[in-house]
Design a protein around this ligand. Sequence first.
Ligand SMILES: [Zn+2]
Length: 178
Amino acid sequence: MTDASPARLTVRRAVPQAGAMLSPRPEPLIDSSPMERAFAEAASAAARGEVPVGAVIVDPATGAILAAASNRTEELADPTAHAEVLAIRAACATVGQPRLPGLDLYVTLEPCALCAAAISFARLRRVYFGAYDPKGGAVEHGPRFFSQPTCHHAPETYGGLQERRAGALLRDFFKERR
Ligand SMILES: [Zn+2]
């Protein structure tokens, strides 16, 4: 098990239920291995001089990892080549479908507005993310994309998985580049 202490996780349901604040819920079943893979992807991005963010798409029914990706905005000279977007593209190519209902995404950083939109369009079931990103995040910060009335599919989101580790990865990266 990792340092993803359930007590530090924030949970937002796609459809809030009456009394949800009062009744204790069972902790979500979180498999730490996809997050480990996402961290490995993030580390590989850092080694290439890319902002270290990694993303993995998993079929929760089987535990199979359908896609794993990291940021490649510098390499591809593409401002949209974020880890989440690349993982979604790869998973869609794998299944041969434009949407990924029932699948889950693990990412080391709170998704930005671009990625939140892509996640919504992909109809992903759940998003597990690591560090919160007050400056660029769009799940718990900024536009809070999934909470907007114009958002037609909101996944369940679970933030703060291995938050300290995920934050340290980014801080170390930017410290070294200053
Ligand atoms: Zn993004």
